[in-house]
Design a protein. Structure first.
Length: 360
């Protein structure tokens, strides 16, 4: 009986080889609106996925559940399936082994990826992709891996140790759970995730932690990321925080009020870019502020309490640089400084371009 069952499953899997057909081709996807809610496919040999899916089914699948082995040829096939008016929205790769190879990204770029990783740009710009269950064996999610996609939900397995720069930038993810083995989260990994309201971290993670759905380093003295759609319009940073990471409050339009404690010494690049805060006070303790820290937001006035102006820092390089303003981004707000310190501020490199400095 088991032998007959095995033969039957094999016959289903080993469908005659097919060739790629454009999604809009009526001969491939038919004229009816038939939908295949879920298709489960085992791929025993990497590079053979196309041969295991009937060409007439390909563009009617809503959820594709894969197991077995995938290489670059298979990834290219999956990405082509997402194009045009196709119905595919969900991927379950839980039991997949990623073997690496070359693939053609959704935008046409030729890319490569290594074994056990979701490669750079692998699902970037795939607007119809809504949810993914990642392979249990992957260790890295690459740079721009899901950037600008339609992703709303994601499960990160415990095997992952690294999330690349801008991996999820401008997606529709509402929450994310950082698993216990992640040791590195790249720059702007969650930038422009305007629907993100919650981020949690496994208690036994050695590098990151969360408090009140906000991402911190393990010691909770560096605020890494504040979800853009977090409930509430005000926030008081804890007294033990010494640094606000680059882009920590980027695009937090709902946030209109913030209190920065006298423990903070550094505010990173783009930290409050596009935020909804209209008035802010910078305590005496802050000695360094990153490039474009306040650009593009609702800021109308900012008050500095230190007689000595903070230094302008910019540690972004090359492709890492994604800022659109000069200096701090104070062009559209009044800068209030302590009485008697106007000349000092005006003479400093970071403030010399501003004519809107006012003593108080």
């Amino acid at each position: 009986m088991k032998t007959l069952r095995f033969i039957g499953m094999t016959l289903i899997a080993v469908i005659a080889s097919v060739h790629f057909v454009a999604c809009s081709d009526d001969n491939s996807n038919g004229n009816d609106d038939t939908v295949i809610e879920k298709l489960v496919v085992h791929v025993p040999n990497a590079g053979n996925l196309e041969a295991l899916i009937d060409v007439k089914q390909r563009y009617k699948i809503q959820e594709l559940v894969l197991s077995g082995y995938l290489n670059g040829i298979d990834i290219t096939y999956i990405l082509e399936t997402f194009k045009e008016d196709c119905k595919l929205k969900r991927l379950d790769l839980t039991d997949v082994q990623m073997l690496g190879g070359k693939f053609t990204a959704f935008n046409g770029d030729e890319c490569t990826f290594s074994r056990n990783e979701i490669g750079d740009k692998m699902f970037s710009q795939v607007i119809s992709l809504e949810s993914v269950k990642l392979p249990n064996s992957i260790t890295r999610i690459g740079n721009y891996a899901f950037s600008f996609s339609g992703l709303t939900s994601l499960e990160i397995p415990n095997s992952v140790t690294e999330i690349g720069s801008r991996a999820f930038i401008d997606t529709r993810i509402t929450s994310i759970a950082i698993s216990k083995n992640i040791i590195k989260i790249g720059r702007q990994a969650f930038n422009l995730c305007l629907e993100m309201s919650k981020i949690t971290v496994a208690a036994d993670n050695l590098y990151y932690s969360s408090n009140d759905d906000i991402l911190f380093n393990k010691e909770k003295n560096i605020l890494v990321y504040y979800p853009a759609n977090k409930a509430g319009n005000s926030y008081t940073i804890a007294e033990n925080v010494i640094a606000i990471s680059p882009d920590a409050f980027n695009s937090c339009a709902n946030l209109t009020s913030i209190v920065i404690p006298n423990s903070v010494t550094q505010i990173g690049n783009g930290a409050f870019s596009r935020a909804g805060i209209s008035t802010m006070t910078i305590p005496k303790s802050v000695i360094e502020i990153g490039h474009c820290a306040f650009g593009g937001g609702a800021l109308k006035e900012i008050h500095f309490l230190n007689n000595t102006p903070p230094k302008l820092i910019d540690d972004s390089e090359g492709e890492d640089r994604m800022y659109y303003c000069d200096s701090f981004g104070f062009d559209n707000c009044n800068i209030y400084v302590p009485k008697g310190s106007y000349e000092t501020y005006k003479a400093s490199y970071a403030f010399k371009q501003y004519d809107n400095i006012i003593e108080e």
